[in-house]
Design a protein around this ligand. Structure first.
Ligand code: THU
Length: 134
């Protein structure tokens, strides 16, 4: 792993430890690197009214926006599962708002990196802000 990957995956792993997932017990952490070199992390936050919970990626993006960030240049997700955990469909759309097609999405578990994708691979032909430009 290169320096950016290591830092981002570490941040996602640390965020996973903060996950509030008493219902699914499926802990997820995510981290986004913004175009100013800053890392913003978040975890999933579940709710007794199950559909009201949200994903780690959404928390990380909210942290970035709150810090004034607008461009995501890399993403890391950390979870423990038999297969590498890629962002859910809704989160692919949320990430796409701030990330270009060539933005890397690194997926990891507690042992390390499990996979590397681009946003365009995860959300091909996605709807984005450009579609709303007249
Ligand atoms: N989850 C995430 O936080 N990110 C993903 O990419 C996949 C799923 C969360 C949502 C829910 O709290 C738990 O994992 C089980 O689906």
């Amino acid at each position: 792993m290169n320096e950016h990957q290591t830092a981002l995956v570490d941040a996602a792993r640390q965020a996973r430890a903060r996950a509030y997932a008493p219902y699914s017990k499926f802990l997820v952490g995510a981290a986004v690197l913004d175009d100013q070199g800053r890392i913003h992390a978040g975890c999933n936050v579940e709710n007794a009214a199950y559909p009201q919970g949200w994903c780690a990626e959404a928390s990380a993006l909210a942290a970035m926006v709150m810090a004034g960030g607008r461009r995501v240049v890399a993403v890391a997700v950390c979870a423990e599962a038999p297969e590498p955990v890629t962002p859910c469909g809704g989160c692919r759309q949320k990430l796409r708002e701030f990330a270009a097609g060539d933005c890397p999405v690194w997926v990891a578990d507690l042992q390390g990196l499990r996979g590397s994708y681009t946003m365009a691979e995860l959300l091909p032909h996605g709807f984005g802000p450009q579609h709303l430009q007249a």
